[in-house]
Design a protein around this ligand. Sequence first.
Ligand SMILES: NC(=O)c1ccc[n+]([C@@H]2O[C@H](COP(=O)([O-])OP(=O)(O)OC[C@H]3O[C@@H](n4cnc5c(N)ncnc54)[C@H](OP(=O)(O)O)[C@@H]3O)[C@@H](O)[C@H]2O)c1
Ligand SMILES: [Zn+2]
Ligand SMILES: [Zn+2]
Length: 352
Amino acid sequence: MYKAKAYSASSEMSPMAPTTITRRDPTERDVQIEILFCGICHSDLHQVRNEWKDAMPTVYPCVPGHEIVGRVTSVGSEVTKFKKGDLAAVGCMVDSDRTCPECRAGLEQFCPNFTLTYNFPDKHLGGVTYGGYSDSIVVDERFVLRVPANLDLAGAAPSLCAGITTYSPMRHWGVTKGKKVGVVGLGGLGHMGVKIAHALGAHVVVFTTSPSKREDARRLGADEVVISKNADEMQKHAGSFDFILDAVSADHDINAFINLLRRDGNLTMVGAPEKPLAVSVFGLIMGRRSLSGSPIGGIPETQEMLDFCGQHNLTADVEVIPIQKVNEAYERLLNSNVKYRFSIDMASLKSE
Ligand SMILES: NC(=O)c1ccc[n+]([C@@H]2O[C@H](COP(=O)([O-])OP(=O)(O)OC[C@H]3O[C@@H](n4cnc5c(N)ncnc54)[C@H](OP(=O)(O)O)[C@@H]3O)[C@@H](O)[C@H]2O)c1
Ligand SMILES: [Zn+2]
Ligand SMILES: [Zn+2]
């Protein structure tokens, strides 16, 4: 075992603060990674503040972070995909049972025995897993991804959650050229969703509550932008969408978006608000529309997404911050005041 530097929260009320954590020495199948950048996902904030206490109560101290990009510092004797010096990435999962039907299908995100990157029982060390707000991590090769060499690393980090979480449902629900696709909420996930839907060739409409994001939405790849609080603007799109991705982190009216779906259209929730949302079933019944959810994505699809990002030179729009600004960044995230993802430069941890 060795010591790694990290930032953790010690309770749901406390700010993130510097700490030291224990990491395992790499086993034969492990890859040890020096973390260079870690994105800040809104899930980090939900988890740190114990906002998902019913589904996934937080164990403290909590070291969040699951948008990890770094460089391999050592590999175990059985590792074949990576060598020292390679770029490597880790997303939301670090292990699964590998034997269940979901794992065999490459859909580890549905494995009943997966291990999430943070706040999940750690099979090696006991306690819980610690995430990417740290200078180093040790992960089984099977859960380590390759990073296309052309991508800017700070901007590539958010692909590991925001990218795959939007890519996976779009692929599942058949987003291609000729489809009309809505993206609700232009935050970290939403802006990646816009870029990916645009790269897949869809006609993309962004729904935002922030009029100031209108120009950005177009620059990011939106064909149209709707201010979702404006009922007239919304009405113009009634019954017209093949697919809508909802990436909103807080309570909101999803019926207004369900009504924009065409017959057999689908709205997928990827946003994970703390409280249940009210659904009017009539909106679903009338057009045989469907409402679903989607969690992250499996390891093969995450690699496919990274390769797709490489081909399209697609990265997140990031504001790079030192880790010392993480608490300020959380407040800004809560106020939708980031364009469009914070990416922590982990070199800043050296001075702690
Ligand atoms: N399903 C999964 O596997 C998965 C994976 C990662 C994250 N998530 C969840 O996805 C959600 C979004 O994460 P993120 O990191 O993209 O968050 P984010 O950067 O904070 O973006 C959320 C966006 O939602 C909109 N919004 C916020 N409050 C709102 C309100 N009260 N009413 C209407 N719109 C509001 C804002 O967009 P506008 O300013 O454009 O309105 C905001 O930018 C979080 O709940 C997160 O936990 C789920
Ligand atoms: Zn995330
Ligand atoms: Zn499994």
